[in-house]
Design a protein around this ligand. Structure first.
Ligand code: C2O
Length: 534
């Protein structure tokens, strides 16, 4: 097997955007970070050395980490942080995976500037299951704050109020323009008649995004590194942590076309960040030619998101079958909510909290996986509730019900190789919003979704168990639900959380514990000797 070696130095880099400079945490001085290239089944060795004053971890988002949970990366879940001056070798194999994924820092909000694409090509000699593109282009979407992101988080934590919205979106590091401060924007160069595979990554911190190219449709062929049945669309909907591969045919002769990136937020419309600027530009286009424009979907264009998600289906071919679990060992219902708890020292006497089944997850000070492996008690409990404490009308009027959350580092334990179904139920508590929920260590199948309350009797009958989309992050519709299924074939501790960083910070997270303690195939191998200690 091929081993790919990477040297990731975490360093500060002075960067100017929106006419304002600051030092940002980067990999090798790059924003976005360098792309990690590999092939399916390759072994990847990334030496991460911390040259900054912050604690660091890196997560390889969507990489299954089969029996390599020590390399997954979420701070205090699978590892203690890499402290200033230390290094850690992330060693994992891309078993049975190809497509586009991303890596990002997984501690506090450092992923705002520390992120990059992972491109996994098929094994040598294995073609794509779609027409071969002439070229491939990587587009990483992000967010930019003029302030230091750590300062943004600290201010929010102290006041108990939501943190400031970013000042701009970014396309491959290029922000939008503000008065007195023009931005050339990112340019995607194309040649007439050629086809391109766009590898689109949403590395934004708090925004689900729409992506559209004026005058051009694209054909989606893959999401979250799983092949899909091709479908053509004028708009891609991509949540933070999600990736989309799409074919673009450059079917015009010359010209410049706006690439529009805009946020989706269906009920909260107070967004004031600047839209990033990007253009598709044909070879031979004369300088200063005005661009063809396109409008962006409305910020609350829920139907656009619904249509996009409904069109996503697993390819489910002979070579790439969708192995949907047909039976369920653990049937779970998770209510997902954002609420308010009393806080004497906060600005309004209260602070925003977020919870799953009314449990707001508390980060321990020792890594949960180490505590589990070495049997250290007092770090976590395995009593995460399988259902919400009270069953009620989640999407009706909830005034007067008890929204009080309790705090805890509570995990849900499942046996190795058992099958799990989780119905993620969005609620209308305080700030109804669509939540991009991400599961570490597994891909899951999205067997159903809908609006309102999940109805176990009738909705279960309508599940798609044939070709549901397979992914690692799912946008749970506002005041609606999504049902996911996976087989727990990966021993370890696996984080599940909202990929809107603001909600993770508020506690919208939990973890699964998968282990039988029955030897090497059903349990985790010992940790690498350089695993950071707390
Ligand atoms: Cu991309 Cu736990 O995150």
């Amino acid at each position: 097997c091929t081993v790919r070696h990477y040297d990731f130095r975490v360093v500060l880099k002075n960067t100017t955007k929106l006419c304002s400079s600051k030092s940002i945490v980067t990999i090798n001085g790059k924003f976005p970070g360098p792309t990690l290239f590999a092939r399916e089944d390759d072994n990847v060795n990334v030496r991460v050395t911390n040259h900054v004053q912050y604690n660091i971890t890196i997560h390889w988002h969507g990489v299954r980490q089969l029996r390599t949970g020590w390399a997954d990366g979420p701070a205090y879940i699978t590892q203690c942080p890499i402290q200033p001056g230390q290094s850690y070798l992330y060693n994992f194999t891309l078993t049975g995976q190809r497509g586009t994924l991303l890596y990002h820092a997984h501690i506090s909000w450092l992923r705002a500037t520390l992120h990059g694409a992972i491109v996994i090509l098929p094994k040598k000699g294995v073609p794509y299951p779609f027409p071969k593109p002439d070229k491939e282009k990587i587009i990483v979407l992000g967010e930019w704050w003029k302030a230091d992101v750590e300062a943004v988080v600290n201010q929010a934590t102290q006041t108990g109020l939501p943190p400031n919205i970013s000042d701009s979106h970014a396309v491959n590091g290029h922000t939008g323009a503000v008065p007195g401060c023009p931005s050339p924007g990112y340019t995607l160069h194309v040649e007439s008649g050629k086809t391109y595979l766009i590898r689109l990554v949403n590395a934004a911190v708090n925004d689900e995004l729409f992506f559209r190219i004026a005058g051009h449709n694209v054909t989606v062929v893959e999401v979250d590194a799983s092949y899909t049945k091709p479908f053509t669309t004028d708009t891609i909907f991509v949540g933070p942590g999600q990736t989309t591969n799409a074919l673009l045919t450059a079917d015009k002769n010359v010209g410049k076309y706006l690439i529009a990136v805009s946020p989706f937020m269906d009920t909260v419309v107070a967004v004031d960040n600047v839209t990033a600027i990007a253009f598709l530009r044909y070879k031979g286009t004369v300088a200063f030619s005005p661009p063809f424009l396109t409008n962006t979907p409305a910020i609350n264009a829920t139907p656009v998101t619904t249509t996009f998600m409904d069109n996503l289906r697993s390819l489910n071919s002979k070579n790439y079958p969708a192995n949907v679990p047909l039976t369920v060992d653990h049937s779970l219902l998770f209510s997902i909510g954002v609420g308010i708890n009393p806080c004497a020292t906060c600005t309004n006497g209260s602070r925003a909290v977020a919870a799953i089944n009314n449990v707001s997850f508390v980060m321990p000070t020792t890594a949960v996986l180490q505590a589990h492996y070495y049997g250290i008690s007092g770090v976590f409990t395995d009593d995460f509730p399988a259902t919400p404490p009270i069953l009620f009308n989640y999407t009706g009027n909830n005034t007067g019900i008890n929204l009080q959350t309790n705090n805890g580092t509570r995990l849900y334990r499942v046996a190795f190789n058992s099958t799990v179904q989780v119905v993620l139920q969005g609620t209308t508590i305080i700030a109804p919003e669509s939540h991009p929920i991400h599961l570490h260590g597994f891909n899951f199948f999205v067997v159903g979704k809908g609006l309102g309350n999940f109805d176990p009797k009738n909705d279960t009958k309508k599940f798609n168990l044939v070709d549901p989309v397979e992914r690692n992050t799912i946008s749970v519709p506002t005041s609606g639900w999504a049902a996911i299924r996976f087989r727990a074939d990966n021993p370890g501790v696996w984080f599940l959380h909202c990929h809107l960083e603001v909600h993770t910070t508020w506690g919208l997270k939990m973890a699964f514990l998968v282990d039988n303690g029955k030897g090497p195939n059903e349990s985790l191998p010992p940790p690498p000797s350089d695993l950071p200690q707390c």
